[in-house]
Design a protein around this ligand. Structure first.
Ligand SMILES: CC1=C(CCC(=O)O)c2cc3nc(cc4[nH]c(cc5[nH]c(cc1n2)c(C)c5CCC(=O)O)c(CCC(=O)O)c4C)C(CCC(=O)O)=C3C
Ligand SMILES: [Fe+2]
Length: 377
């Protein structure tokens, strides 16, 4: 897409509860009309309850917003950063209203989701499209979106650093047990999604490794990380899934991380490094599903284990995000579009039907077929 001059950057995220009273209303927002069984909601509520009803995600997004502001300022780029969520206050709808009232007319959105797929990409495009319709700002506020960045060096580099450290840590633990040369396995973990959503990820009519753009992007990114970590040479690895929800008869991507861990001891594996490849920050899906559940599974099986950090506010990630902003802006425009896998660089403007919503079409921005965001390729 041609560079433009934008007057605001919107950091768009999932949102999370900030106290016990928020937990159920938040979960209702997340699952509205999506058929998540009540038992699952109660189960997920306990993860938040155990943490005072507070998700870590909002604090992490506030920190990321500040880090983006600092990096933009350091480069002399004058672009205010707004923050809005899909499921909790501050809501994207309110942020659009305020942005328009403050005189902004062209917003560039950056989401905290790196891969293609309905929840990770198209649903944000719908969040923006629906918010424009709801606020009556369709045709008045222009909203574009930064490309999916799973293979951008700024996203990959923190994992490279973390994996090297994680392998060293697990090997040191094994050495302390007198098993210095015991086999270690690397588990790249991401969010499971319904197989139907996975198959719809990305543009129509393209054959992907693993059956979908969602899986192929994770496999390619995992290899991009591994290729840059000399300590990982010859180490077995696999891509595994977590945080499954939905009705039991609907197939989701597998194997579940805990089932995968349970298979490892029989293969002689003594140590595990968990790479949270699907997540931008250490939010509830990471601190509960990985640090509480998966690490406990490892402990129960006597496996040495480490979970490496998410990109969070790593300086390389923040710089990478600002580079992505500069691909799109006239101010300090950057023509180079780095990508570390053959799948990228991903597109700025999605193809018709990309990551299709299986429950029906909604207004979107940032697509070739979008009608509300005024996006022109
Ligand atoms: C691909 C993906 C990402 C990664 C990309 C990205 O980061 O966007 C992600 C992130 C997140 N998911 C989160 C929380 C939840 N996701 C749920 C439910 C679901 N997620 C799905 C997919 C994804 N989710 C799907 C297909 C569902 C089924 C229902 C539906 O179609 O929507 C539910 C409902 C209850 C349940 O778990 O069943 C909750 C509470 C939080 C916040 C954590 C915090 O509060 O710290 C974050 C960052
Ligand atoms: Fe989720």
């Amino acid at each position: 897409m041609q560079p433009k001059s934008y007057d605001a950057l919107l950091l768009a995220s999932f949102g999370g509860p900030e106290g016990q009273d928020d937990v159920i209303p938040f979960l209702r927002n997340v699952t509205s009309g999506r058929g998540i069984p009540d038992e699952r909601l109660e189960e997920v509520a306990t993860h938040y309850r155990a943490n005072g009803g507070i998700s870590p995600i909002n604090a992490q997004n506030r920190a990321l917003k500040s880090a983006l502001e600092a990096e933009l300022a350091r480069r002399g780029i004058n672009l205010p950063v707004l923050w809005g969520n899909r499921n909790w206050d501050p809501y994207i709808t309110d942020v659009f209203r305020e942005a328009y009232d403050a005189g902004h007319r062209r917003v560039l959105a950056l989401s905290t989701s790196a891969y293609s797929g309905y929840s990770s990409c198209r649903q944000y495009r719908e969040d923006f499209g629906m918010a424009l319709v709801e606020t009556g700002l369709a045709g008045k506020l222009e909203v574009d979106k930064i490309r999916q960045y799973f293979d951008h060096p700024g996203f990959v580099e923190p994992y490279v650093e973390g994996l090297a450290e994680g392998l060293n840590r697990v090997r040191a633990d094994l050495a302390a047990q007198g098993a210095a040369d015991a086999p270690v396995h690397i588990l790249f973990a991401t969010h499971s999604i319904p197989i139907g959503d996975a198959e719809n990820a990305g543009p129509r009519g393209v054959e992907y490794e693993g059956g979908s753009a969602y899986v192929a992007q994770h496999l390619a990114t995992a290899r991009a990380v591994l290729d840059r970590v000399p300590e990982a040479a010859g180490v077995d690895w696999s891509l595994v899934y977590q945080s499954r929800s939905g009705a039991p008869h609907v197939p989701w991507l597998e194997p579940d991380i805990n089932d995968a861990i349970a298979e490892l001891p029989a293969q002689g594996v003594k140590g595990v490094v968990i790479v949270p490849l699907g997540f931008v920050s250490d939010h509830m899906e990471v601190v509960w599903d990985l640090d509480t559940e998966a690490l406990e599974t490892c402990r129960n099986l006597g496996l040495a284990a480490a979970r490496i950090p998410t990109p969070g506010v790593h300086q390389k990630f923040v710089e990478g995000l600002v580079d992505l902003v500069c691909e799109r802006t006239l101010d300090q425009h950057q023509a180079e579009r780095p990508a570390l896998t053959a799948l990228g660089p991903w597109m700025d403007v999605c193809m018709p039907g990309c990551c299709a919503n299986r429950r029906g079409e909604k207004p979107t921005v940032a697509g070739m077929d979008s009608t509300v965001g005024v996006t022109q390729p």
